[in-house]
Design a protein around this ligand. Structure first.
Ligand code: COI
Length: 354
């Protein structure tokens, strides 16, 4: 499969859009009229088709269901005031997708298939892109092992699929976060940097327990000393200490290289902040809070965009913040939204026109 001309398109007879209110959407609940589905077999991608959104027919022995050879991405498309549609930094997600694929011994998805398949799918369903503030079309490309065989080895067959979900904000309000002291998300040498399904499964118990205690998410610590900050829930995390923005570095391979993280770093630098990508311990965070130099804490992610953290709990000590007084986080969000929704020129080349 080398050309977008090889994608067979079957259109839905009727659109479901008339049944859906594109304002005030929950995250990830509704799906558009079409999906892209492609098979990998005998070393090549084939049977590429865009077809009405529908269930998959799978045998119970399908390898991904047993051993978790499954990866995904999260990307968003936006509409500007003139009704033109754009995807935010899709090439960066393609790069990360193929890094995840490599780590899980899965095949690479060619650029033409990933980008052009996505573009064509969104073009067909572009009426589904919401135009409300905080709303967008969430794009979910994913790949899973589809061998019907329960021996443990890399699958020989895979499916690559893209589905689209018109969506509202992931976290509607500033969050309360608990520092996780027992469970860990990732260890150096593991799969923490990959957007692998298993990373999310492994996070669920700790997150559920934090929720039972009234928190929204957990802040993950490193697996050896339980001291160095990794990620926060499904987001990367930033601390504004004085005039410096500190975010955990990527060199250990335990943190997802967030596209929103990278965009926030660029915007913070343009706003005059020094940005440090480095190890930061929870003790350093606490010390800065007690000295009064810890100004803001926020998370970044495709789904979450830029989300304020209003409280951070560590060993029964709660750091609380008056989020209404913040300047850095709201300005990063304002600038990023202005670029995404086409209110400001795209000087970084982040927006890919559909
Ligand atoms: C994203 O931010 O796109 C994610 O993948 C996080 C979550 C919805 C799984």
């Amino acid at each position: 499969m080398t050309s977008v001309a090889d994608i067979n398109v079957t259109r839905a007879e009727q659109s479901k859009l008339k049944d859906i209110n594109l304002e005030n959407l929950p995250f990830g609940k509704y799906f558009t009229d079409h999906m892209l589905e492609v098979d990998y077999e005998n070393g090549e991608w084939k049977n590429a088709e865009i077809k009405p959104y529908q269930p998959l027919l799978l045998e119970p022995s399908v390898a991904a269901l047993h051993y978790g050879q499954a990866i995904f991405e999260g990307i968003k498309a936006y509409k500007n005031a003139r009704g033109e549609a754009f995807i935010f930094r899709p090439y960066d997600n393609l790069k990360r997708f193929n890094k995840s694929a490599e780590r899980l011994e899965m095949p690479q998805v060619p650029e033409e298939l990933f980008i052009e398949g996505m573009r064509l799918l969104i073009e067909i369903d572009k009426n589904w892109i919401p135009s409300q503030p905080e709303h967008s079309l969430y794009i979910r490309p994913f790949m899973f092992a589809s061998d019907e065989m329960i021996g443990v080895r890399p699958s020989e067959k895979y499916k690559f699929i893209i589905i689209l979900s018109p969506t509202g904000p992931y976290y509607a309000a500033p969050m309360r976060i608990n520092v996780e002291e027992k469970y860990v998300r990732a260890v150096s040498g593991g799969i923490g940097f990959a957007k692998a399904a298993g990373n999310y499964a492994g996070a669920m118990q700790a997150t559920a327990r934090a929720k039972q205690k009234g928190f929204d998410q957990v802040l993950w610590m490193d697996a050896i000393e339980h001291k160095y900050v990794q990620e926060c829930g499904v987001m990367n995390v930033f601390f504004i200490i004085g005039n410096t923005a500190v975010t955990p570095g990527l060199t250990e391979g335990t943190i997802l290289a967030g596209v929103t993280r990278d965009s926030a770093i660029a915007l913070l630098r343009e706003m005059g902040y020094t940005v440090e990508e480095r190890a930061i311990s929870i003790d350093e965070v606490m010390e800065a809070y007690k000295k009064g130099t810890l100004k803001e804490v926020f998370g970044t992610g495709t789904a979450a965009t830029i989300s304020k953290i209003k409280a951070l709990n560590y060993k029964d000590f709660e750091m609380t913040f008056n989020v209404d007084e913040w300047t850095a986080c709201p300005e990063v969000k304002r600038r990023m939204d202005a670029i995404k929704y086409g209110r400001e020129a795209d000087r970084h080349g982040w927006m890919f026109k559909i």
